[in-house]
Ligand binder design. Structure first.
Ligand SMILES: *[C@@H]1O[C@H](CO)[C@@H](O)[C@H](O)[C@H]1NC(C)=O
Ligand SMILES: *[C@@H]1O[C@H](CO)[C@@H](O)[C@H](O)[C@H]1NC(C)=O
Ligand SMILES: *[C@@H]1O[C@H](CO)[C@@H](O)[C@H](O)[C@H]1NC(C)=O
Length: 394
């Protein structure tokens, strides 16, 4: 009797849950899916309906080609318990830059909780037409082009089985996110495309990115200021500029970066492998601590391991003021492969705040040119254990 009652209770519960779940198909909100008409309004309308619903909801973007301009999928969705965006189509970004008003990115998910973005679809930023307008590699006073997929202050987000192609700027951006899991993501742009970072992470807590393939013109993954508990694993990267912490220390009031684990990755043909870079002449103090790089294969990488605290890509940085970003408790463990330059390990820390407790364990990096690799160090307190190729500098 009790069991029956319990079963009934569960049934009733399920029945309620089912009636309060809804699927919102963009085709029912006016999307043309012809790749020519602008479907932005239809997408926003479908999102608005989904976001106003009660219970678990699904925004469905079925197979088909969609042309869309900047779209904001913003919450809060107060009565929604979870929201799945099933992106099964091929989405093309509008190439008309005047549609992106200042600071707009292309597809934004903001202030939503329990969001899943999945479906095997492709976000094509159509960046090739915009890249010539990117001056940011040459000058500070540049127009920042729209990034493709941006998560802003989302909590409990899952992103998987998504492809991002030829972003105008960064492919995927996390800003102020809490608990993010990204997997089976492909981000792809030509090796000479400017600022097409695969992932850029900033002000986030609890980020896991794994089993993904990133080939771009800039960093595969860049970890900016104020991040905590970031785990990156199973990433195949290259070409591109590698995995980078920073650049940091460019602006005032930047937050610390701490608790970062990067493991089981392979980087091939990248400009850098594992990099920490901070600007010289930083206006404020911040720190980088508790970083572990473990079991990483670097194939034909120009700067396999590099800490650079005198970063300054523009011509007008003659300042002699050192970086004020302190770096400590860093482990490089089981790092092996080949370097395309003789200097395979660069630990160039700041004269203002020398690096503390940098540990290299089992590092084996051969120069493809034949002669032995070397290490260059400045203002660093480092310890070594296990295999060391190059030999430690000291
Ligand atoms: C949430 O649901 C409650 C109760 O059904 C309703 O009164 C309220 O208007 C809903 N809020 C939103 C934002 O839809
Ligand atoms: C580009 O977008 C702007 C703003 O929406 C619009 O006024 C203009 O006509 C568009 N240009 C083209 C070539 O479509
Ligand atoms: C260091 O970072 C790792 C990875 O985020 C974390 O699991 C660990 O608790 C951190 N250790 C300390 C002492 O904060």
């Amino acid at each position: 009797m009790k069991l029956l009652l319990l079963l009934c209770l569960m049934d009733c519960f399920l029945a309620i849950a089912q009636t309060s779940s809804g699927t919102f198909n963009v085709l029912n909100y006016g999307a043309m899916a012809d790749g020519i008409s602008d479907d932005s309004k239809a997408f926003m309308a479908a999102w608005k309906a989904a976001c106003s619903f009660t219970g678990g909801v699904k925004l469905l973007i079925p197979k088909g080609t969609y042309l869309v301009g900047p779209v904001k999928f913003d919450g809060p969705c107060r009565n929604v318990s979870s929201i799945t965006v099933s992106m099964e189509g091929y989405m093309k970004a509008s190439t008309n830059l005047s549609k992106y008003v200042s600071g707009d990115d292309w597809i934004q998910f903001g202030w939503v909780h329990h969001l899943t973005l999945t479906g095997g679809g492709t976000f094509d930023g159509q960046g090739a037409l915009s890249w010539p307008f990117n001056e940011c590699s040459k000058t500070e006073k540049c127009r920042v082009l729209p990034s493709s997929i941006k998560f802003v202050y989302t909590e409990h987000t899952v992103m998987n089985s998504i492809k991002s192609l030829n972003s105008k700027f960064f492919h995927i951006v996390l800003l102020g996110c809490k608990n993010f899991w990204g997997s089976n993501i492909v981000a792809q742009a030509p090796s000479d495309s400017p600022n097409t970072d695969g992932f850029h992470i900033e002000r986030s807590l609890g980020v896991n990115i794994y089993n993904s393939v990133i080939t771009t013109g800039d960093d595969c993954i860049s970890i900016g200021q104020s991040n905590e508990q970031v785990v990156i694993s199973g990433i195949t990267c290259g070409p591109g500029h590698g995995i980078s912490v920073g650049s940091l220390g460019r602006y005032e009031n930047e937050g610390d970066v701490k608790g970062l684990l990067i493991k089981d990755c392979t980087l091939s043909g990248t400009a850098n492998g594992l990099r920490i870079k901070t600007w010289k002449n930083s206006p404020g103090k911040s720190s980088v601590s508790n970083l572990t790089f473990q079991n990483i294969i670097l194939n034909s990488v120009a700067n396999p391991i590099i800490i650079d605290q005198a970063y300054c890509p523009y011509a007008d940085c003659s300042s002699k003021v050192p970086s004020l970003v302190s770096i400590r408790d860093i482990i490089f463990s089981d790092i092996r492969g080949t370097s395309t330059t003789p200097v395979a390990v660069t630990l160039k820390c700041s004269s203002g705040v020398p690096c503390e407790n940098v540990n290299l364990h089992d590092v084996h990096l051969r120069y493809v040119g034949g002669s032995p690799t070397i290490a260059e160090c400045l203002n660093v307190q480092a310890t070594y254990s296990g295999t060391q190729l190059p030999l430690p500098c000291n």
